[in-house]
Design a protein around this ligand. Structure first.
Ligand code: DQA
Length: 144
């Protein structure tokens, strides 16, 4: 069965209460439930995880990539700083769609740079929780 991993970085466990004007009122659990329903209908196994620890995110990316799974990755603040995550994507051959709830390009300048975007299939940002749904749609439309 095809596997899609949805991996979430630091502070995304606070969704729903964290700066709702920017990130919306849906919790990470709400997003997971929506993606699970969609994946189940498509006959795809969904693995969903969140961590506040950079090295743990690196390990999760490596494991998914080496298993031949695709990844929807919201690396949160590590998007802008982590060379280790970029190397994990490259090194494990992971196919990644980078997602963000907010439009990072309409925000502070330090959010405009991504270490991940150059090694990702594509980037979806600015559609709130729908950014994840659009990424899943994109992966489902692509054969593995
Ligand atoms: C984010 C954008 C990042 O700049 C920020 O650090 C986050 C969330 C988003 O989903 O909009 O934590 O990745």
């Amino acid at each position: 069965m095809r596997q899609i991993h949805v991996l979430n970085g630091p502070n995304l466990n606070l969704l729903g209460q964290r700066e709702p004007a920017i990130y919306g009122s849906q919790t990470l659990g709400d997003i997971e439930a929506e993606l699970r329903a969609k994946a189940q209908a498509a006959g795809v196994a969904l693995i969903f995880a969140q961590t506040n620890v950079e090295g743990e995110l690196v390990t999760l990316v490596q494991q998914a990539g080496l298993a031949g799974a695709d990844i929807i990755l919201n690396a949160a603040a590590y998007t802008h700083t982590s060379i280790a995550l970029r190397d994990a994507i490259k090194g494990s051959g992971a196919r990644v769609i980078e997602v963000h709830l907010s439009n990072v390009h309409a925000r502070e300048e330090f959010r405009h740079h991504s270490t991940i975007a150059p090694v990702a299939l594509g980037v979806i940002a600015g559609f709130g929780a729908k950014s994840y749904v659009l990424a899943l749609d994109a992966l489902l439309a692509m054969s593995r």
